[in-house]
Write a protein that binds this ligand. Structure first.
Ligand SMILES: Cc1cc2nc3c(=O)[nH]c(=O)nc-3n(C[C@H](O)[C@H](O)[C@H](O)COP(=O)(O)OP(=O)(O)OC[C@H]3O[C@@H](n4cnc5c(N)ncnc54)[C@H](O)[C@@H]3O)c2cc1C
Ligand SMILES: NC(=O)c1ccc[n+]([C@@H]2O[C@H](COP(=O)([O-])OP(=O)(O)OC[C@H]3O[C@@H](n4cnc5c(N)ncnc54)[C@H](O)[C@@H]3O)[C@@H](O)[C@H]2O)c1
Length: 445
């Protein structure tokens, strides 16, 4: 065999486990058809957060106008984009170096199965004892001429005057936040009424109200039926039921992501898959014994995010090294949407807890009276803590605030360890700080 373990794809679901595996002496290969490091490093999380940073700073500066700061800087999109390129372009090479440096053989090209132990890349065939499918997702495409996707938006040379976004999920709302803050007129067209369905309704309603106040127009219950591009004017016209018609400079198709497994010739090996991803058991093993899957490529109910892909990758490496032979046991999962303010959550969800008052007890607090938030003049920040009634253990939390990622990250281990109210009071934090502020919001026992 050429390899003990051969990975298809080089994203988070691969390298987090492949690197320690190779370091332990296992012969590892990685096939990548596009950029090393995958979506997060090259056209996802990392690029997005670079574009978000100045907008977050501007919001903080706006909140302190007349409170020690005079004047709000403007975003220079072209310079910001150049800064993004400077940081993101080298990621592909960094991603390859990370693998090369530990002796992993990297293979450029599109992989397809020949049989359960053979994968073809162009004219060459590679053999492996075990194969991990970590091929991720690609943007779903509606049939709209001229529409662009998240990858295109993250490299937009100039911000168009009128941006129209289709979808109400992560990409749609994060990018609506960015485009609006940079000065574009933004329309968001959604199939249903609710945006960001996985987050607490009361928090998403507040984010939506803020976006509306900033001029973003939401068009709910609308499905585009026809689209035409006027090449000369550089505009796209969208049409829908009941005479709906909208002409715009730019359409961002943010209607979700679909698995790449349809391009792997899975039929040759009989690996079972569906429209959500590759079907696996609790060991991330497919129905073919030596073939596994990890990351976004997997059909799973937990969120398809970078940290979950990395967790699965590390689990598989431990399994292949023989240091963990048990089934995968997911810890409390946290997630965040990078709006302004952010919404972040971990563990049991707020809407679920509200629907089950016999099981859960909720402590909700506003930070408005909190002096530390008053330092930044932040308004409307809120925290919800979810305790299991019987055990009095913390099982979930959600926050809507500028620094929600910090608070929720502080809470992640508490939820994972199911600490009781009493134990939560048993920490001494640095003061003044966000974490200290959080502790002041815990129910005192
Ligand atoms: C715009 C955007 C923003 C995001 N922001 C966040 C965020 O803020 N936080 C967060 O946690 N997550 C975020 N995500 C999600 C995150 O990027 C993914 O969860 C993560 O990249 C999944 O890693 P992966 O390794 O499973 O898949 P990927 O990163 O998609 O890697 C799969 C790799 O497989 C390669 N490949 C596919 N088919 C083949 C083939 N046949 N042969 C060879 N190679 C192949 C692809 O080229 C790709 O490089 C974002 C996603 C997007 C699109
Ligand atoms: N902050 C983050 O962690 C972050 C940020 C961006 C993306 N992501 C990840 O990337 C992935 C993709 O995000 P996304 O926003 O593209 O997907 P999504 O699934 O979050 O949202 C897709 C949206 O498109 C709508 N939609 C689907 N099909 C449609 C159709 N035919 N017509 C009209 N609307 C339609 C859905 O109702 C939904 O509102 C997710 O898995 C997410 O986890 C995460």
């Amino acid at each position: 065999m050429d390899f003990s373990v051969l990975y298809i794809g080089s994203g988070q679901a691969t390298w987090n486990g492949a690197v320690p595996l190779a370091k332990s002496g296992v012969k590892v290969g990685v096939i990548e058809e596009s950029q090393y490091g995958g979506v997060c490093s090259n056209k996802g999380c990392n690029a997005k957060i670079i574009l978000d940073k100045p907008l977050q700073l501007i919001d903080q500066i706006k909140a302190l106008q007349g409170r020690g700061l005079d004047g709000v800087p403007e975003v220079n999109w072209e310079d910001l984009m150049a800064h993004k390129h400077e940081l993101i372009v080298p990621q592909d090479q960094h991603g390859k170096d990370r693998l090369d440096n530990v002796g992993i053989q990297t293979i450029n090209g599109h992989a397809e199965f020949v049989d359960a132990h053979k994968v073809r890349v162009g004219k060459k065939t590679y053999t492996a004892d075990k194969i991990v499918i970590a091929t991720g997702l690609r943007p779903h495409r509606l049939d709209i001429p001229g529409a662009e996707n998240s990858t295109d938006f993250l490299s937009l040379p100039h911000m168009p005057e009128h941006v129209t976004i289709l979808g109400g999920g992560f990409v749609a709302i994060e990018f609506a936040t960015i485009a609006s803050a940079v000065g574009a007129k933004v329309d968001v067209i959604t199939r249903g009424k609710q945006i960001l369905k996985q987050f607490p309704k009361e928090y998403t309603a507040s984010i939506q109200a803020d976006l509306k106040k900033a001029g973003v127009r939401f068009i709910p219950d609308m499905e585009v039926e026809r689209a035409t591009k006027d090449e000369e004017a550089g505009t796209i016209t969208l049409e829908g039921p009941k005479g709906f018609e909208l002409t715009t400079d730019y359409v961002l198709d943010a209607t979700g992501r679909v698995p790449n497994h349809d391009q792997l010739n899975l039929e040759a090996v009989g690996v079972k898959a569906n429209h959500r991803g590759i079907e696996v058991n609790e060991y991330l093993q497919t129905n073919v014994e030596n073939i596994y899957a990890a990351g976004d490529a997997v059909d799973k109910t937990i969120p398809k995010l970078t940290p979950t892909a990395a967790f699965e990758s590390r689990y598989l490496a431990a399994k292949f090294m023989g240091t963990n032979n048990g089934p995968i046991q997911y810890p409390a999962i946290s997630e965040i949407v990078f709006t302004s303010p952010r919404i972040a959550q971990v563990g049991v969800k707020l809407d679920e807890a509200k629907a089950n008052p016999d099981k859960y007890e909720i402590t909700q607090a506003s930070y408005d009276g909190d002096w530390y938030r008053q330092v930044e003049n932040e308004q409307g920040a809120e925290l919800a803590l979810i305790f299991e009634k019987d055990s009095q253990q913390l099982v979930g939390a959600a926050e809507k605030a500028n620094a929600a990622e910090e608070t929720i990250n502080t809470i992640v281990p508490y939820v994972q360890m199911r600490l009781t109210k009493e134990q939560l009071n048993d920490f001494v934090y640095v003061f003044p700080s966000i974490a200290y502020t959080l502790q002041r919001r815990l129910p005192l026992v």
